[in-house]
Structures are given as C-alpha cells and as structure tokens.
Design a protein around this ligand. Structure first.
Ligand SMILES: Cc1cc2nc3c(=O)[nH]c(=O)nc-3n(C[C@H](O)[C@H](O)[C@H](O)COP(=O)(O)O)c2cc1C
Length: 250
C-alpha cells in the first residue's frame, strides 16, 4: 500500500458506509497497523493510541456494519481533538488511495470490552474495509460544500484553501473559517454553540483538524514549505470562533 500523492485523493474521496464484510487478510491489516504508527501528529506532546477492532466490540447505533474499525484514544489535553482530526484524516486519505473505503464514525460507540483496549480516553471510530459502493467521486460537483467565500476572506490562496473546503466533517457541518494571508493561514473552528443542531461539541475541533491536514497537504503539493504554529493573531474579531492553529507558508 502506498502513501504517495494523497493530495489527489482530496478531490475524489467520499465516506464509505457499505462494505464487503469479509475481513481483510492479515498482511493487509498488518500494513494498516504499521501505517498507523507513521501518522504525523499536530501536537507531538499528546499521547494518542489507535487500535484496530472488530465489529463485535462496536455498538453501531443504527449505522451499517463494517468489517473493521480504528478506535482512537487520546489523553485529554489542550488541542487533543484537533490532533485526532489531523492524524486520522491521514488514514482516511490513505485508505481511499489504496482501494479501501472508510468513514469517520462519531455516533457508534465502543462496548465495554472495546473501551478496555486502552487506558486513554476513547474519542472516535473510523470504519474501513473493501467498499460495496463506488469508492470515488468522479466530479467536484458531487461534494456538497460551502463556497470558498463562505469559509475564508483570504485573497490569493484559493488553490490551497480549496483542499480545506472539500474536507469531510461531522454532519457535513464544515465548521471552519480561514483568515490571514497567503503566507500565514489562520484556522478557526465555529464555537460549538454556534453550530445548529449539533449533538456533541467535540466535533468542530476534530473537523478543523481534518481540514488543517488537507491545507498542509495542498500547500506542500504546490511546493511551499510549511510550519504549523499555535500563535493566535492579536487583531482578530472572530467572536463566534475558536482559534486552532496557523499554517505558515514559506
Ligand atoms: C468527526 C466526524 C464524525 C462523523 N460521524 C459520522 C457518523 O456517526 N455517521 C455517519 O454516517 N457519518 C459520519 N461522518 C461522516 C460525515 O457525515 C461526512 O464526512 C460528511 O457528510 C461529508 O461527506 P463525505 O465524507 O462523503 O465527503 C462523520 C464525519 C466526521 C468528520
């Protein structure tokens, strides 16, 4: 399984919820488990663990069954949900690039025995397996997303912002906003109270972590050096938003 050109996957990936329930073979699962150990963190100092679990450890809560799930566990420290989004999105793209389907799953929960697989706090699931529906979108118009104008006021960085715009989010809420300029993009998440109909406030920070990874991948694709810093701009009047991080472009 290969990791090259994840940037291209941004424009065709989709959530896969219908799977061939035959488990993947041991070699493939080993490759996936090895890849999980190579994910780039957003916050290096936050302990995080990924476990590959079978469906009998998952309370599916009306969601279709998948042959495998990744369960994410983390230390609950500042920025930990952004970190989960940033890291696990690397797997979503990796699966899609390698012919497998995946879906972020916030509604399903772990059964007691599943929760015992780590001492850290259980955060979220991602299903994966061989898809039983088309794996990729064939046209950008199949993405139901806000326009660039709705999610950013930056001029001259459309190519990079487009990748963040297409990112997946819980309930497709797209709770992100990007401000700054073409040399430093500041990422914000809508404060949970401002997202209509949201059942859990843990989603927006995860979603923005996801879009931040897309942003970084795009910047690097266009030959820019990148650095993610946590340095809230002083002059911001985005009261409905929480500052997440800034992507510096070199
Ligand atoms: C944090 C998070 C939680 C999600 N939870 C669920 C879920 O519980 N059930 C589900 O069917 N889809 C879930 N999704 C998938 C979103 O509904 C999906 O990403 C969004 O509608 C955009 O569609 P796309 O991924 O096909 O582009 C979740 C996505 C994210 C990012």
């Amino acid at each position: 399984m290969e990791d090259n050109d994840l940037y291209q996957v941004i424009f065709k990936r989709k959530s896969i919820r219908k799977y061939d329930l035959t488990p993947l073979d041991e070699d493939r699962l080993k490759e996936i488990s090895d890849h999980l150990q190579t994910l780039e963190p957003l916050h290096k100092d936050i302990k995080i663990e990924f476990k590959i679990l079978s469906p009998d450890l998952v309370k599916r809560r009306m969601m279709r069954k998948a042959p495998h799930y990744i369960a994410v566990f983390s230390e609950p420290k500042d920025g930990y949900l952004n970190n989960v989004g940033f890291m696990l999105q690397q797997m979503d793209l990796f699966f899609s690039a390698n012919g497998l389907g995946s879906c972020w799953y916030g509604i399903p929960q772990l059964k007691k025995e599943g929760l015992k697989s780590s001492n850290l706090e259980f955060i979220m699931l991602m299903s994966f397996g061989n898809p039983q529906e088309s794996l990729h979108r064939t046209n950008i118009s199949e993405f139901k997303r806000k326009s660039l104008q709705e999610i950013s006021d930056i001029e001259g960085a459309d190519e990079i912002l487009e990748a963040a715009r297409l990112a997946p989010s819980a309930g497709n809420g797209q709770p992100w906003f990007f401000t700054g300029d073409k040399n430093a993009i500041h990422a914000y998440s809508i404060k949970p109270g401002f997202v209509r109909g949201l059942l859990t406030k843990k989603y927006p920070p995860i979603d923005v972590g996801i879009s931040l990874y897309h942003l970084k991948l795009a910047a690097e694709h266009f030959g820019r050096g990148t650095e993610i810093v946590f340095d809230k701009p002083e002059m911001d009047n985005l009261n409905e938003y929480d500052y997440v991080a800034s992507l510096r472009l070199k």
